[in-house]
Design a binder for this molecule. Structure first.
Ligand code: MGD
Ligand code: MGD
Ligand code: SF4
Ligand code: MO
Length: 758
């Protein structure tokens, strides 16, 4: 990717569209005041000096992209305080110069006049937001949170943490502190619409929720992928910048990639082999592969593992023939692929969003782990490996090992995991009266109205809260209900060290990136906001924590994230120091992932690997009772596009121009059966809702399966001016909060729907 030129302004006129929902959306806040700021004249740097000659006052700075898990290093050109060029950093040992269209758009967010810079308060009578001073904002938030706790107890506060928390150092170090200080059982996050099954399995099998085996993509010879689209997503729970180049290298050395997906995705198209699988049925395919390993005498377990016989007994019933009936994948293919993985020189199975947002997500992730373990590919070069990051959040106990079912949700009796309840239960906890009812909400970098099941009803529930505060950089579909929004400094205005994604990366590296811009006087970092809200709220409680606990909290919250990183590195004593990282701003290469870390790296109490957690064995009974799918059923799945970033980067014109991406994708035979035609407006209905959207015919879809992208549906929110004009509906107006995995993760995939003419 060389030349990334942009012209600002001239936003494309979009056709007038109205999308109806079964319930009218709640009214948008009226009169959102926009502060018109002239955008910098942007000229995008290019490696070809003939195209973009740098001006004499231009500066080059090293930055980092925090928009997805690939964490690419950037080189920014700055002119007169504005970003005028963004390139991948070729010296970054992990991302090696890679950048995608979103990485370039990081400059658009920085300059976006819709991005909040100072706190805003909503007038409940008019719905208008007005800027207020920081002192007043923190006071209003802490007074209301404390009043709610004083009157109704701690559980009357609901907290939702969204995805970008993991992408900000200050949120990682101080957001958790705020959540702990508030001590409410009603804590929710995007984890339970995403990777909860991975974390629960890591906790139960390996002893720590973040001890996740990572595909050794740079050395594997066989990459077996279930429900992931890294060509669009750039990888997940596998930090793998420049996936396309790494895949090309894999194929060049004679390796193969086999993909199971109900859609012939961008990844499926570049795979050596792709198989359609009926949504929601991967568990049968994966269990059948384990069944084949046992039948052929190929299943082996390391000496430090327990429960092999239990696994053998548990999978005995799940034959390839049964898997074929459930999934549509031929039994002979299941057998062949299981044997290929078992005999590959370093092979790895990997399952991601498509098989964790599933009714049997936990069984799927368990089976994926077992495929790697029983074929001897765990902790082996080319297989599924554990990382050795400079700051080890697992080994040092910086993040807790996790727990499950320590308490349950009030209304539906759903178990918590690692301190969080399933977000599918959030709406009912707000609307069901009684002791422990959520009366005030705090959302931190999240948009659950668009990203969690039955978002339309959650939208209504949020409107009825006594009080809501949000830490967010935009008025989004969720934060438009907030009484106060506290916006932190932007990604280019803060120091960054990646505590999480360096732990999940395909190569061991360490990198510290100082802020590119000074944040300015009247702006606060997220960690400062968390600090101030936590300390001010605690101070206003009738029943304050003991003096010592308050002193510890104050000390913890006052230490800046950068100081903390310095201390953690010093404590790790592995030769990586903050000073060294500052001297090497592109990052330090710590080498490829290391084999033979087990059993030492295990965090189970007995340092043994648990192959057969009782929770999963019990869930197999539920699986065994499922009937084969009915004829003519249509199942809805989601999708991600390269230019989308969950629900929130649609305000940048650069990522939304061009061919529309919001359509319902459907196989031509399914269209013909319903006498529908390509491009027509159709009505999609599920148990919980109805949307109207244009349909696009494509044989990339498996017959019987339709797909909508996730993160669309901004018409209900004029707060982001450009995004509100982007066509499309929210898939989560159709997904069902009653469909859950045993972990509590939402089963967003495979939702039964009907599609009819509008
Ligand atoms: N049907 C369906 N639903 C899904 C998915 C799916 O595949 N299908 N995917 C799920 C997944 S994997 C995820 S992770 C979730 C995401 O769900 P959420 O995390 O709830 O939503 P995001 O769209 O990531 O919204 C993030 C918000 O954070 C704000 N933000 C961005 N940067 C910052 C920052 O630096 N600081 C602060 N304070 N705020 C910031 C943005 O304004 C945005 O509004 O959605 C899930 N929902
Ligand atoms: N461009 C872009 N990149 C992103 C994001 C984004 O929004 N846009 N979001 C980021 C986030 S938060 C995450 S968690 C990651 C997710 O990273 P990925 O998991 O790689 O991304 P998805 O595109 O959600 O891939 C899920 C795949 O599962 C398939 N699928 C759906 N149902 C089933 C099923 O039942 N069985 C099988 N086998 N497959 C199924 C879908 O067709 C889809 O191709 O991406 C991250 N990167
Ligand atoms: S791949 Fe991810 S981290 Fe890299 S530039 Fe794109 S959005 Fe940013
Ligand atoms: Mo995610």
């Amino acid at each position: 990717m060389c030349c990334l030129r942009v012209h600002r302004g001239g936003r494309a006129a979009r056709p007038d569209r109205t999308f109806h929902h079964h319930r009218p959306p709640s009214p948008p806040p009226q009169g959102w005041r926009r502060v018109a700021r002239p955008l910098p004249a942007a000229r995008w740097a290019c490696e070809d000096p003939r195209v973009a000659a740098p001006s004499p006052n231009s500066q080059t700075k090293i930055g980092v992209c925090n928009l997805c898990e690939a964490i690419c290093g950037l080189v920014l050109t700055i002119e007169d305080g504005a970003v005028t060029g963004v390139r991948g950093n070729p010296d970054d040992p992990l991302s090696r110069g890679h950048i995608c269209p979103k990485g370039v758009a990081i400059a658009d967010i920085h300059a976006d006049p819709d991005r909040l810079r100072r706190p805003v308060r909503r007038d409940r009578a008019t719905g208008e937001f007005h800027e207020i001073a920081w002192r007043e904002a923190i006071d209003v938030v802490s007074t209301n949170l404390a009043a709610t706790i004083n009157a109704h107890g701690r559980d009357a506060i609901g907290i939702y943490l969204g995805n970008p928390n993991v992408h900000s150092l200050g949120s990682m170090t101080h957001g958790i502190g705020l959540v702990k200080a508030l001590r409410t059982k009603n804590t929710f996050s995007a984890t339970s619409v995403d990777q909860l099954p991975h974390q629960l399995m890591a906790h139960l099998m390996f002893g720590h929720q973040l001890l996740l085996p990572i595909p050794d993509i740079d050395r594997t010879s066989y990459f077996l992928v279930f429900g992931a689209n890294p060509m669009a997503s750039n990888g997940s729970l596998m930090t793998v910048p420049d996936f396309p180049a790494r895949l090309r290298e894999l194929k060049r050395r004679g390796g193969r990639m086999v993909v199971f997906d109900p859609r012939r995705t961008e990844t499926a198209k570049v795979a050596t082999e792709h198989h359609f699988v009926r949504p929601g049925t991967d568990a049968w395919v994966l269990l059948a592969m384990l069944n084949v390993l046992f039948a052929d005498g190929l299943a082996m377990a390391p000496a430090y593992a327990d429960g092999l016989a239990d696994v053998e007994a548990a999978v005995a019933h799940f034959t390839p023939a049964l898997a074929e009936r459930m999934s549509g994948v031929p039994a002979t293919e299941i057998e062949r692929i299981a044997l290929e993985l078992a005999t590959a020189e370093g092979g790895v199975a990997y399952g991601r969003v498509g098989v964790s947002t599933h009714e049997f997500g936990t069984v799927c992730q368990w089976a994926v782990n077992l495929l790697n373990i029983l074929t001897g590919n765990l902790d082996r070069v080319g297989g599924a490996m554990f990382t050795s990051p400079a700051i080890d959040v697992v080994g040092t106990g910086l993040v807790g090992r996790g727990h499950h079912d320590a308490w349950r949700s009030r209304v539906r009796d759903l178990p918590e995991t690692a301190g969080e309840l399933p977000v599918s239960a959030l709406r009912e906890e707000i609307t069901t009266p009684g002791p422990g009812q959520v009366r005030a909400m705090l959302t931190l970098s999240g948009n659950p109205v668009l990203s969690t099941p039955d978002g339309a009803r959650l939208d209504e529930a949020l409107a009825g809260l006594d009080f809501m505060a949000a830490v967010d950089i935009y008025v989004n579909e969720t934060t438009r209900h907030a009484d106060v929004i506290l916006p932190p400094a932007g990604a280019l205005e803060r120091d960054h060290y990646d505590l999480i994604f360096q732990t999940l990366a395909v190569r061991n590296t360490a990198r510290f990136t100082p802020a590119v811009f000074d944040k300015g006087e009247d702006t606060r970092h997220d960690w400062q906001i968390y600090r101030d809200v936590a300390l001010a709220t605690i101070a206003k409680l009738d029943r304050k924590p003991p003096l010592k606990a308050r002193a510890v909290l104050r000390a913890r919250m006052t230490l800046s994230p950068t100081r903390l990183v310095g201390l953690l590195l010093a404590r790790a004593r592995n030769g990586v120091t903050l000073r060294k990282l500052r001297a090497n701003p592109s990052g330090l290469d710590l080498g490829p992932l290391q084999p033979d870390l087990l059993p030492d790296r295990l965090r189970t109490r007995d340092h043994r690997l648990a192959l057969a957690p009782p929770l999963v064995l019990t869930d197999l009974a539920r699986l065994g009772a499922v009937e084969p799918p009915a004829e003519g059923e249509l199942l809805l799945i989601g999708r991600r596009h390269k230019q989308d970033c969950n629900s929130w980067m649609h305000n940048t014109e650069r990522l939304t121009r061009g061919k529309a991406r919001h359509h319902l994708l459907m196989h031509p035979d399914d269209l013909a059966q319903r006498s529908l035609s390509d491009g027509e407006l159709v009505t999609v209905t599920s148990r919980v809702g109805t949307v109207q959207v244009e349909v696009a015919s494509t044989d990339d879809m498996m017959p019987g399966v339709v797909s909508l992208p996730h993160g669309y549906g901004h018409a209900r929110n004029p707060g982001m001016t450009h995004a509100a004009e982007v066509p499309g509906v929210s898939i989560n107006d159709l997904t069902d909060p009653e469909r859950l995995d045993v972990s509590g993760n939402a089963a967003l995939s495979g939702v039964p729907v009907t599609v009819t003419a509008h």
